[in-house]
Design a protein around this ligand. Structure first.
Ligand code: GRF
Length: 208
């Protein structure tokens, strides 16, 4: 059985998708947040999952928050830490501490559009496809080895919100899949490549 700690900052729909997918041999031991009022925390608590928060505003700097967050996380002895909409830039110390056992979901087809406002930027750049990526976390933002990607089309009349909704539906598919692959031990990291990584291509079905 693998212990999983999930970190969120807001509504937690990816966290919910993960919990609902009931991955064999995986136990969600805690849902943690940097936002005490994150809606996802209330949902997790209602499912009987342990929750806790540490407000980053209570810490003088990034390092002290990350140190406190690491000790909170480690109290649950996780095999895997999942960043599911955890909207914090992490220190290199945090990334090193969880190297190979911390994954993030990002709403773009990395390495394109790291950082924020990914959907708006993809539309502005005239991209015909967009998507999402689950990757191992490394010290460089949104840049670790890729475990799974999902692809969706961009329609002529898309705006940031319509595209975000289309991508989010695929996020909810690839994140549980990536976690299941991690738990089953099928992923093998070699440099930046992950053997047995996945592609979900929904470009044909969604616009026709
Ligand atoms: C998702 O789009 C995720 O990719 C990004 O932040 C959003 C979080 O949404 N990092 P939710 O909290 O999982 O609903």
């Amino acid at each position: 059985m693998k212990n999983i700690v999930i970190l969120i900052s807001g509504r937690g729909s990816n966290m919910q998708a993960l919990v609902k997918s009931n991955i064999p041999d995986a136990r969600i031991v805690a849902v943690l947040s940097n936002q005490p009022n994150a809606a996802g925390l209330a949902w997790a608590k209602a499912q009987g999952i342990e929750t806790a928060s540490l407000n980053h505003k209570d810490f003088p700097d990034r390092t002290s928050f990350d140190v406190a967050m690491m000790s909170l996380i480690d109290a649950y002895q996780p095999d895997l830490v999942v960043l599911a909409g955890f909207m914090r830039i992490l220190t290199p110390e945090f990334c090193r501490h969880y190297e190979g056992r911390c994954i993030n979901i990002h709403p773009s087809l990395l390495p394109a559009f790291t950082g924020l406002h990914t959907h708006r930027r993809a539309i502005e750049e005239g991209c015909r496809v967009a998507g999402c990526t689950v990757h191992f976390v490394t010290a460089e933002l949104d840049n670790g080895p890729i475990i799974a990607q999902g692809v969706v089309p961009i329609a002529d009349d898309d705006d940031e919100n319509s595209l975000a909704a289309r991508v989010l539906a695929i996020e909810h598919r690839i994140l549980p899949q990536a976690v299941a692959d991690f738990v089953s031990g099928s992923l093998k990291i070699e440099g930046k490549r992950v053997h047995n990584s996945r592609l979900v291509d929904t470009s044909i079905c969604l616009l026709s």
